[in-house]
Design a protein around this ligand. Structure first.
Ligand code: ADP
Length: 531
């Protein structure tokens, strides 16, 4: 009888066990490894923390030759390579941080076939002389595979476009027989389609994992006094934990980090405007020490593999659901309970709209960005299960009732706001569709301020008709009307509100409006505290 050939599967299992020290594959890892080992192309969509690295590391070890891993995360290459070396894998990296001699040494090892895995920055990979070297390797020791990590960087629809990624299509043209595996944690359909097209992965098998993160508890609170709210959140729930606090601007990052430090927290700033040495030190401290809080812009986080991040807090609105999912996804990678906490108010909508409108992107792109923001606003105001709302957005089903989000834990009270919405909308209309919320509320409450007198708005039919509701209730109504798309923020008019088509049936009494009832702010110091 013939002896059975050792199947690639048992060897993959052996490497998983002997080299990486794990007993079983997770989720789709095994299928992906098998597919790539047998020479197939793959597109892997797996959430952060799902275990994407093994999907190319094990095939790199099983196939003859070296696996070339493209990654935009230069700052992390050293760590990744060090970790692999610890496991006995012959790994190296090439990027702009290497000295000339060190880089030459890596080239030598590469050509001699002394490497299992090589991490390369995309701009390096597509340089003509490097491609020539790869030709040499291909006809000598061999190329095991190309792994394109953070593959969404190739797409302008994604949240982290890198121009250098576009040039990666050349890999397929020059090395058609080398299998490619593209990996990303970005799931939305337009980005996915774009990756396939840009990298010519039409023939690749797609492996789509569930994007559910059941151990993350999502919560969106209405912004009242954001710093105070953050402080209470930290003190009561995360007194000694590592976490990330996201802010929109560099300035706010600095201010928030300094303020937290004053309060005795071990907080560090991180944004692209800091010099590389400071960024590096702060990142290292966050990764290696316990209980460090990183206050950061979105520049921080991609590829950060810190398993015990216990919370991610948003003091400002992310740009999209993808952004929100990515950023919150950095919490709880170890599978233990973690919090995603966000404070959100109408001011955020205004500043985000301003940001989106101010760029000089083409109109089509701006429209898409506005749609993405609207989806996120819908999420913020959602009264349904948040896990379900997030997954729906990514085209995945979830039964709801997660018991792991604010809406499931404390079901939201809704109220028939049809009449209030009519008042709020008609006040916008009667004042000429150019005033901000503060002013509109003054008119509804019948406050004769200087400005009201100047415009003679005390004579309007909407003046003072809203006294049954409080200031904060009106601000909740307006926020939800904006989030629901009945009102839009007019950037030309300095953030004044304007009616949209959707408002018409409500004004005409043909449509009911139900809104969530926000808890009254405990202690309102001043409306300045809103931001
Ligand atoms: P991703 O790149 O998808 O965010 P990683 O590849 O960094 O995820 O893996 C996340 C964590 O899960 C790492 O700490 C990794 O060692 C661990 N891990 C991955 N696969 C397995 C497995 N099969 N068994 C146990 N732990 C795993």
């Amino acid at each position: 009888a013939q002896r059975p050939m050792p199947s690639p599967l048992t060897s993959a299992q052996q490497i998983l066990h002997a080299t990486f020290g794990y007993s079983t594959f997770r989720g789709e890892q095994q299928a992906i490894v098998e597919h790539v080992v047998s020479g197939g192309d793959a597109l892997v969509l797996m959430p952060t923390g799902g275990g994407k690295s093994l999907c190319y590391q094990i095939p790199s070890l099983l196939r003859p030759g070296v696996g070339i891993v493209v990654s935009p995360l230069i700052a992390l290459m050293q760590d990744q390579v060090d970790a692999l070396k610890q496991l006995g894998v012959k790994a190296a990296f090439l990027n702009s941080s290497l000295e000339f001699d060190a880089a030459r040494e890596v080239f030598t090892q590469l050509v001699r076939g002394e490497l299992n895995i090589l991490y390369v920055a995309p701009e390096r990979l597509t340089m003509p002389n490097f491609l020539d070297t790869l030709e040499q390797v291909a006809s000598g020791p061999g190329l095991a595979l190309f792994a394109i990590d953070e593959a969404h960087c190739v797409s302008e629809w994604g949240h982290d476009f890198r121009r250098e990624y576009r040039a990666l299509s050349i890999l397929h043209e020059r090395f058609p027989s080398v299998p490619r595996i593209a990996l990303t944690a970005t799931a939305d359909a337009p980005t996915r389609r774009d990756i396939v097209e840009r990298l010519a992965l039409e023939q690749a098998r797609q492996f789509v994992s569930s994007f559910d993160r059941p151990n993350i508890r999502y919560r969106v609170t209405q912004k009242d006094n954001a710093r105070k709210q953050l402080q209470v959140f930290l003190e009561t729930e995360h007194a000694n934990d590592a976490g990330i606090i996201y802010c929109l601007s560099r300035k706010k990052v600095e201010e928030t980090a300094a303020w937290l430090k004053d309060q005795g927290w071990d907080a560090l700033p991180y944004h692209a405007g800091l010099d590389p040495a400071t960024r590096n030190t702060n990142q290292r401290r966050f990764l290696r020490e316990e209980g460090v809080i990183m206050v950061a812009t979105v520049a921080f986080g991609m590829g950060i593999d810190k398993p015990n991040v216990r919370f991610v807090a948003h003091l400002d609105l992310p740009k999209s659901m993808e952004g929100y999912y990515q950023e919150t996804g950095r919490a709880g990678r170890d599978g233990l309970p973690a919090d995603a906490w966000m404070a959100f108010g109408l001011g955020d909508v205004v500043s985000m709209r301003r940001l989106l409108d101010s760029g000089d992107a083409p109109e089509e792109r701006k429209r898409l960005e506005r749609q993405k923001l609207d989806a996120l606003l819908g999420y913020c105001e959602a009264t349904a299960c948040r896990h379900q709302t997030i997954l729906r957005y990514f085209g995945e089903e979830h039964p709801g009732n997660c018991d792991q989000c604010d809406n499931c834990l404390e079901p939201v009270d809704t109220w028939d706001a049809t009449q209030a919405a009519q008042m709020a909308l008609s006040c916008v209309y009667r004042t000429g569709q150019r005033f901000g919320v503060g002013y509109l509320i003054d008119v509804l409450l019948g406050k004769t301020t200087q400005q009201v007198e100047r415009f003679q708005h005390q004579q309007l039919s909407t003046f003072g008709i809203g006294q049954d509701l409080s200031q904060s209730q009106w601000s909740s109504v307006y926020r939800q009307l904006v989030a629901g798309g009945l009102l839009e923020v007019d950037m030309e008019a300095f953030g004044g509100l304007r009616l949209t088509e959707t408002a018409r049936p409500v004004l005409k009494g043909k449509q009911e409006i139900w809104l969530r009832r926000d808890p009254e702010p405990a202690k309102r110091k001043s409306s300045r505290a809103e931001r």
